[in-house]
Write a protein of this length. Sequence first.
Length: 225
Amino acid sequence: MNILVFGPNGSGKGTQGAIIQKKYNMPHIESGAIFRVNIGGGTELGKKAKEYIDRGDLVPDELTIPMILNRLKEADCKQGWILDGFPRSMVQGETLAKALKDEGMNLDYVIEIVLPRDVAKLRITGRRLCVNDNNHPNHVAFDAIKPVEKEGKLVCRVCGGELKTRADDQDDTAIDKRHNIYYDDKTGTMAAVNFFKTLTGPKVISVDGRSSIDAVSAAIMKELV
Ligand code: AMP
């Protein structure tokens, strides 16, 4: 089962991707998380990507597209994958569609988490990243995933790990830039969303991202077989 997950930054798509990963035991491939691992590890890719990410700009296609297409060819993707954060533009969408065709890979589901832009923005600044596991959701404004306090410090609610914020989550201009890219239905992410939604083949699951994490997850799970 191969799945694309779309949603603006702040919609909880990473959280939902992690829930699907756990249930179906398939790799959850997050382009942003791959970049962050590379930045943390000081790799060449990380060094090149960092300046774009900090500004809220897209990392150039010549770095991003091969990184994702090569990842999809790895052995653990044979039984299916969840792709999150890619494609983010019409060019990436068309390139992905062609690559899937060339590789004989089906796309089974297109999940779209729909969220108004003002709500998405409010959600971003409160999220926290667990240094142990990127798939441990923590958010200071949501009771269900609130970090816990330990020795006067907020730590990961799942594993007690240290929490960090993302630099690009605390920068107003970077947040706005990322949303400009997402909500652009001419050449941006919404153009790619609409392109994949009209393809024959994949089943489209559109869910209201304003609901709770559990409700969004239930709405998705009832459509996934
Ligand atoms: P995310 O974790 O999905 O919010 O991604 C963080 C940042 O990584 C984005 O703001 C971009 O700078 C970069 N990034 C993630 N996915 C892509 C992509 N598909 N194309 C280009 N840049 C990306």
